[in-house]
Design a protein around this ligand. Structure first.
Ligand code: ZN
Length: 291
């Protein structure tokens, strides 16, 4: 009976968490989109623009809508430390280097794995101050220095302003790709290739979305290495500790590491061996001076 109740309780927690997570992202982004669209229409209707050319009017409304969408999406990310804290039933466990730390049960986190991640913008304030979420499983299996290496990696994402760069790259790619897709469609229409244009117009919504996804994915990948490098170069994290953390977490998750994790491990291993070589060289130098 207890097992059934626990199972039901757990399902309910996950559903609540999904409603809060997706609801807040969709809700806040939709408000931004709507406000941008209405703002654009009002701008055209209430200013000298309403006597201008229809193309200009359309451009103003489209730009204003895109700006509203971008502002809404950014606002939902800005609010994420507060939203995630409740969605993951997390509890505060202190601060690290001025960043708030929260602990959450592994089962309440996405993937149900021992995970550590950061949310929010570095310039967030009040309840929106950035926060690092630590899965209880990760805190349990990682020795203190290895856990600190992970925290330094997460802190580095904030220090390098990674989230802001992702948002900027995502929005500019989407706007640029949409613009060029529209130009291509208009061009095809005018030059008489209407059939091909019709086919392309079916894809016109997918192309900008796919390009944006690819760009952000590439950036996410690069930012992982940048955060590791920042943690080691600026925060004095030893590559050995970082490798220990990655290996320990991977063992707990089980299976083959994701290619990104495997690559981060090999970068850390390369650093360890190059530091060893440098140490040996330094020792032989002092040896020759002493001799
Ligand atoms: Zn990371």
């Amino acid at each position: 009976m207890d097992a059934i109740r626990d199972h039901f309780h757990h399902r309910l927690r996950n559903q609540l968490s999904n409603v809060l997570l997706f609801g807040s992202v969709i809700g806040i982004t939709a408000i931004g989109l709507f406000a941008g669209c209405v703002g654009g229409v009002l701008l055209v209707g209430r200013t000298a623009l309403h006597e201008g050319s229809p193309v200009l009017q359309l451009l103003v409304v489209v730009l204003s809508t895109v700006a509203g969408f971008a502002a809404g999406a950014s606002a939902s990310l800005f609010a994420s430390p507060l939203v995630l804290r409740h969605a993951f039933f997390a509890r505060p466990i202190g601060e690290w280097n001025g960043i708030r730390l929260f602990a959450a049960a592994d089962a309440d986190l996405p993937g149900g794995a021992p995970n550590v991640f950061v949310s929010g913008f570095s310039f967030g304030f009040g309840p929106f101050r950035p926060a690092i979420f630590v899965a209880e499983g990760a805190a349990r299996i990682l020795p203190r220095p290895a856990l600190e290496a992970v925290l330094a990696h997460e802190y580095s994402h904030l220090a390098c302003r990674h989230l802001g760069k992702r948002v900027f790259a995502g929005i500019t790619t989407f706007v640029a790709a949409s613009f060029f897709t529209s130009i291509a469609l208009i061009g095809l229409h005018w030059s008489g290739y209407t059939e091909f244009g019709g086919f392309l117009s079916l894809l016109s919504g997918v192309i900008p979305a796919a390009l944006t996804w690819m760009t952000v994915r590439r950036l996410l990948w690069d930012q992982e290495f940048e955060a590791d490098a920042h943690a080691m170069d600026r925060l004095g994290v030893s590559p050995g500790r970082l490798l220990e953390a990655l290996e320990t977490l991977q063992r707990a998750i089980g299976g083959e590491p994701h290619p990104l994790v495997a690559e981060r491990m090999s970068v850390a291993r390369a650093r360890i061996s190059s530091e060893k070589t440098a140490e040996i060289a330094a020792e032989s130098d002092t040896g020759s001076i002493a001799a």
